[in-house]
Each structure stands twice: as C-alpha cells, then as structure tokens.
Design a protein around this ligand. Structure first.
Ligand SMILES: CC(C)=CCC/C(C)=C/CC/C(C)=C/COP(=O)(O)OP(=O)(O)O
Length: 257
C-alpha cells in the first residue's frame, strides 16, 4: 500500500508543487485519488516513513521526485526526447499526463454530484413506472424508440425535479444526518452550478418529450416537476398537507407512459 501511495504522492508533487503538499491530509487524499494510475515508483518506502513513523518531509519527497524524473522521461518520452531533448520532452509528457488525470478527476467528481443531486435511483424507479405505463398502453406492438424517448425524457425531468428539491433545501439538509452528506450541504458543488444542472436537464428533458413524444407528456412532466419542486418542497416546512401533494407527484409518472 505504501508503495502505491508513494507513486501517487510523487505525481501530485509534480502536478502541483505547492505548500499544500506538506499537509499529511492532502498527501493521504491525493494518494487515494491517484493510486490507480500505475505511475512508476520514485520515492522509496523508507523515504515515505520518517524515523518517527510520520509523513516524510518535503525535502525527502523532492529528492525522490528528482531521482525519478529522468526515469520517467526515458520510459514515457524516449522517442520525443530524441527530437526535442530529454528535459523538454519529459516536462511536456508529465504535464499532459497530469492534465488528463486532472480532467478525469473533475469528470468523476461532478458526475458523482449530478448522480446524487438527481437522486438517480429514485428517478429510475419513477422512470420504471412511466415505462410500465407506456408498455401497458401500447396494446400489441411496443414502439421501442418511443419507449426510449419517453424514459429518457422522464429521467431528465425527474432528475431536474430532485436537483431543484435539493437546491431549495440546503439548510434543512445540512441539519440531518441522513442528508448532510449531499453535494450541496457538504459543499462539493456550488449552488449556481447545481441550479444550472437542474435547469439544463429539466429544459432538455421537457423539450425532448415535447418534440419526440407529445405535448401532453411534456406538459404532465413539467407540471409534476413544478408541483414537486415549487409546491411540495416549500410546503414540507409549513403543513402536513404536503404529503397529499407528494402522493399526486408520485402518481403522475405512470401517466407519462
Ligand atoms: C417526471 C417527474 C418530474 C417526476 C418526479 C418524481 C419525483 C421527484 C418523485 C418524488 C416524490 C417525493 C414526494 C419525494 C420525497 O421528497 P423529500 O423532499 O421528502 O425527500 P428528501 O427529504 O429525501 O429530500
């Protein structure tokens, strides 16, 4: 494990040689983030452990990094080095590798946030009810393309409704153990970003239903979104009648099919 972490820590230093590296927490976090990328080891196990068993000093990390620079250049950029010189090729290759990994990490982070904002598993259950409605209403032959469009549009509108629900409930979600780790109260995504996601996915889903299914389906989906995000959600804090509104919200999706 330490061997794998040493690879990760080295890569982090190369990508971001900032004072943050001195923080054990940032080292650990980065080790977790980067330890699957298979970068060659450059810092030995003994370098990672000081005599007190604590984290290595910045200098010991640096020396490990310096030693491995030439190795990396040889391994990853030998052909480029022949043309432009080893140090330029090495720096370029390391920079592009680091950039690719940073981009992948950003995608993974926001993908997870969107998944959680959308309450994806709940939304999939909603989609299942719409799909069932579609199949039951089809009679003999099932229009597979129509089914796919209806399910995709419903998924997008439901994702939007659930995201808006979280946008409006940050303060309450921050108070409960069950919800405090959601993307907004935990600070993993900003409010404007979450609102933009909710709007984009809601408008796109409604447009998809309007263009490729029919206006009735699009209208029902948009009404359900409005009822859930703008009536049920604020009413939750005010009056128990919100449960009736929630029941209507849950009952409409089969009609979309
Ligand atoms: C097509 C379309 C727009 C469908 C929408 C379907 C949908 C979002 C159903 C959810 C219904 C509901 C009452 C959830 C509870 O929310 P809550 O706020 O009580 O849950 P929480 O406390 O976990 O946030």
């Amino acid at each position: 494990m330490w061997r794998r972490n040493s690879q990760s820590i080295k890569l982090l230093y190369l990508s971001n040689p900032s004072p943050n590296l001195q923080s054990p927490n940032s080292l650990l976090r980065s080790a977790v983030i980067f330890n699957d990328y298979g970068v060659r080891p450059g810092i030995s196990q003994t370098q990672l452990h000081s005599s007190s068993g604590e984290f290595p000093s910045l200098n010991s990390l640096k020396s490990g990094l310096e030693k491995s620079d030439a190795d990396r250049a040889l391994r990853f950029s030998s052909s480029a080095a022949a043309v432009v010189g080893p140090s330029v090729a090495s720096t370029t290759t390391i920079a592009s590798l680091t950039k690719a990994r940073d981009v992948a990490e950003v995608f993974r982070h926001y993908g997870r946030c969107y998944w959680e904002l959308s309450k994806a598993r709940l939304s999939m259950l909603v989609v299942a009810t719409s799909g069932a409605g579609f199949v039951l209403g089809s009679g003999g032959a099932i229009d597979i393309a129509g089914l796919c469009v209806t399910c995709t549009g419903t998924m997008m509108v439901a994702a939007s409704a659930n995201s808006l629900n979280q946008v409006f409930e940050i303060k309450n979600d921050a108070k409960m153990n069950r919800t405090v780790r959601r993307p907004l109260p935990s600070g993993r995504i900003s409010l404007p970003h979450a609102a933009m996601w909710a709007t984009t996915v809601g408008v796109t889903g409604t447009a998809l239903l309007a263009c490729k299914a029919n206006m009735l389906t699009a209208g029902l989906a948009a009404s359900t979104l409005g009822l859930y995000a703008f009536v049920y959600t604020p009413l939750k804090q005010i009056h128990p009648v919100n449960t009736w509104v929630g029941a209507v919200v849950g009952a409409i999706p089969p009609l979309l099919g």
